[in-house]
Design a protein around this ligand. Structure first.
Ligand SMILES: Nc1nc2c(c(=O)[nH]1)N[C@H]1C(S)=C(S)[C@@H](COP(=O)(O)OP(=O)(O)OC[C@H]3O[C@@H](n4cnc5c(=O)[nH]c(N)nc54)[C@H](O)[C@@H]3O)O[C@H]1N2
Ligand SMILES: Nc1nc2c(c(=O)[nH]1)N[C@H]1C(S)=C(S)[C@@H](COP(=O)(O)OP(=O)(O)OC[C@H]3O[C@@H](n4cnc5c(=O)[nH]c(N)nc54)[C@H](O)[C@@H]3O)O[C@H]1N2
Ligand code: SF4
Ligand SMILES: [Mo]
Length: 676
């Protein structure tokens, strides 16, 4: 029996430390690492399913070619054939157009391991190509915190246990960050009160002392209303002028522009509740707000987070141990990026297109057009909006390559499928975006069938290109995974992790040696060094310099109900359990009164539709949802029938500053409902 260490590579707050057991080269179990301060020996059911997933009969083990797109007729080919097809197409396109710009990459978070960035490095080695930039997750909030604090950084989430008041605001950790729940329960044991502010009674609301129901996209106004009451009740930090910029302007805005009546009317929160929330927040120390990604998936998402940050600052909670405004952090990701960004000629400039509008922007690229697409660690035909434009884009492409573990909605349109290894079959290194831990993945078993790691595939493509035309790709043609991993720990990462040598990371996960409390000395990284209520940077980006309320989009007579499609406990976006029981019915959660209005009862079949498409649903009336809202969770795996056929691509107000492109305002989706 042998033990190996791993880090769960999913796009998940928890980034868990895993210990696997093998017997005679076979993976027999995976468990949470008991010696990891955050994971504490526990894994969520999604990772506990990994053994079954690794050996699943549905796993693709050989390179495959689809006879014609959507046909489902896949035939096994050799790696040599697959690599030759890819390399020849790249060389053809470069010759035909005199540039590599027709070759596009769409990659995101199927696996967040740093060595998966090899495909970025490969593309740089080919020349100037077309790349997806930005993020569907968190862009508006990241920019908001960058404007306010100078960068986005959060306190060690373990310290949430020290809070006396916790507001879980637009975040659903009971499903999306399950390892944080025991820490919240510790705080409760020590006398903390937990309030959940959500659009509906979520699994997290069920575990909180109080649930505050907020109308979608109005949280910014809620924060400003509460801030106004703090002012009236004289509960603002008397030391504000020592460490903030523009508090007078912000206070003036609250005094002159914010009306509590209007705030209550628009947010749906009674004035008595606003007062109760404000007084508790102003009087309790430490008080922690955890603002989640859910509340910023709106056209006003950045303003919302800026208003919440401002509320935290006004009450004097920033820099307080166990308190503050938590969102996420990226400080543990200061890898050398030797793999992702290899040296390139100065003149080589990629064509960058927003990942959240990929199909539309790729179609708009005409000079030269996009002709080849590589999809890696992504399932855009399930997860993006404007799927009809994806269908159009596919028609103009000569070659679509998907590298994945399983077939997906996106492989249905692919010409080539490159089978990849799991994190039990390759080396990798991963960092959290919530806690401060960094650790490695060791191969516990040999690759299944002919699966190769994304890194190995990048080396192999480069090797084939150079075989056909020497010098045609500057990315390395071979290497050692472990050495590549160690090179990612450059001087900056070694300093952050307090390691003398990169090899020290191989002993086990390491916590970055950051101070436990974000902004503990109230020295901020903004241009002024202060918390900026008033931001010149925002003004320079044509945004309001103060956090102000901008209303979200409104329903129209063409689509009356807002549709939310939040993350579900059973999947990580489109990645489900062992895929042996695909779910076919979409469940529409709605208020009993709304169901009644449409003459619908539990179990009835109905249809929702809008200008993008329609979807058959099964009715599930539920208390705790307002009558202007319907909800379908990202539940189950459905290749043929993606939920996102109802989504367009509205964008958030912020995201450009830090991530190069605005985020996905996917909660600004509206539909109609009819009985079937
Ligand atoms: N189990 C599981 N875990 C996951 C994921 C998954 O798919 N499944 N996905 C991972 C990824 S990629 C991400 S980005 C994170 C996201 O995780 P979270 O940050 O928790 O974000 P969401 O799940 O999008 O939304 C959180 C809550 O916000 C609510 N919400 C929506 N609109 C509003 C609003 O206007 N105001 C308020 N107050 N609340 C609102 C939603 O209904 C939901 O209950 O989770 C990660 N973890
Ligand atoms: N309706 C709706 N749409 C959404 C969201 C929502 O809440 N509602 N959330 C949005 C958000 S926040 C996000 S982050 C995106 C996520 O969307 P995507 O970035 O597409 O992420 P996933 O669906 O997690 O995974 C994509 C693919 O990566 C594959 N994969 C896993 N491991 C590996 C690997 O090691 N190598 C390779 N090559 N592939 C691998 C998986 O099998 C899967 O097919 O979806 C967005 N879309
Ligand atoms: S999906 Fe998230 S909670 Fe589950 S094991 Fe992976 S990192 Fe941990
Ligand atoms: Mo995400």
């Amino acid at each position: 029996m042998e033990l190996h260490q791993h880090i769960c590579p999913r796009n998940c707050y928890d980034t868990c430390s895993i210990v696997s057991t093998t017997r005679k080269g076979v993976l027999i179990s995976v468990e949470g690492n008991p010696n990891h301060e955050y994971t504490l020996g526990k894994l969520c059911p999604k990772a506990l399913d990994d053994v079954k997933k690794v050996y699943s009969p549905q796993r693709i083990r050989y390179p495959m070619r689809q006879r014609s797109r959507y046909s489902g007729f896949w035939e096994r080919i050799s790696w040599d054939e697959a690599l030759t097809l890819i390399a020849e197409k790249i060389l053809d396109l470069k010759e035909q157009y005199g540039t590599a710009l027709p070759i596009a990459l769409n990659k995101y978070s199927g696996n967040f391991g740093i060595l998966h960035n090899a495909v970025d490095g490969l593309f740089t080695g080919i020349g100037a190509t077309t790349r997806a930039i930005g993020s569907p997750c968190w862009s508006a909030g990241v920019d908001a915190q960058t404007l306010d604090f100078g960068t986005f950084f959060c306190s060690d989430p373990l310290d949430m246990a020290k809070a006396k008041l916790i507001w879980l605001w637009g975040v659903n950790p009971a499903w999306t960050a399950t390892h944080q729940m025991p820490i919240i329960f510790d705080a409760i044991d020590q006398g903390a009160k937990v309030v959940c502010l959500d659009t509906h009674f979520s699994a997290t609301a069920a575990r909180s002392h109080q649930f505050v129901q907020v109308r979608p996209g109005t949280d910014g106004l809620l924060a400003l209303g509460i801030a106004k009451i703090l002012l009236e009740e004289n509960l603002i930090d008397p030391k504000l002028s020592n460490y903030t910029l523009g508090h007078e302007e912000f206070i003036h805005y609250l005094e002159t522009e914010i009306s509590l009546d209007q705030c209550s009317q628009i947010t749906g929160v009674p004035i008595s509740t606003l007062r109760e929330l404000a007084v508790e927040y102003g009087q309790t120390h430490p008080a922690c707000i955890w603002a989640g990604f859910g509340l910023q998936r709106y056209t006003n998402g950045g303003q919302t987070l800026r208003a919440i940050d401002a509320l935290g600052a006004l009450a004097g909670h920033l820099g307080e141990q166990g308190g503050g405004v938590q969102y996420a952090q990226f400080e543990t990701w200061r890898f050398s990026k030797a793999l992702q960004n290899p040296p390139k000629p100065l003149k080589q400039i990629d064509r960058l297109i927003n990942i959240n509008k990929f199909s539309e922007e790729a179609l708009n690229c005409t000079n030269p057009p996009v002709k080849m697409l590589w999809i890696s660690g992504r399932n855009p035909l399930s997860q993006d909006g404007n799927l009809h434009l994806w269908k159009k884009l596919i028609k103009q492409l000569d070659l679509i390559v998907v590298s994945d573990l399983f077939h997906s909605a996106s492989s249905e349109v692919a010409d080539l499928f490159l089978p990849v290894t799991t994190h039990y079959e390759h080396w990798d290194i991963n960092a959290g975006y919530w806690h401060y831990w960094v650790g490695v993945n060791e191969p516990a078993i040999l690759p299944l069938g002919e699966c190769r790691s994304d890194l190995q595939i990048a080396w192999d493509v480069s090797s084939q290109l150079n075989k056909l035309v020497p010098g045609s790709c500057s990315f390395p043609t071979s290497g050692k995974e472990k050495d590549t991993l160690l090179r990612e720990l450059g001087p900056e990462m070694l300093a952050i992790l307090s390691l003398e040598k990169p090899e020290a990371i191989l002993k086990g996960p390491v916590r970055a040696k950051f101070p436990r409390t974000a902004w503990e000395n109230r020295n901020f990284s903004t241009p002024s060094g202060r918390f900026e209520f008033f931001s010149i940077q925002a003004a320079n980006a044509n945004l309001p310099p103060l956090p102000v309320f901008v209303p979200p989009l409104k329903p129209s007579s063409a689509a009356l109900l807002r549709l939310l499609t939040p993350h579900h406990y059973s999947t990580i976006n489109s990645q489900g359990y062992s895929l042996d029981a695909p779910i076919t019915d979409f469940i529409l959660h709605l208020a009993p009164e709304l169901a009644q209005r449409y003459d619908l009862v539990a179990g009835d079949r109905a249809q929702i539709w809008n200008e993008c498409g329609h979807l058959d649903v099964v009715i599930h009336p539920e208390f705790g949802i307002s009558t202007d809202l319907v909800i379908i969770y990202q539940e189950g795996v459905r290749n043929n029938s993606p939920l996102n056929r109802l989504l367009g691509t509205p964008l958030t107000d912020m995201g450009h500053l830090s991530l190069g492109a605005p985020g996905f305002a996917l909660n600004e989706t509206f539909v109609n409902l009819r009985k079937q």
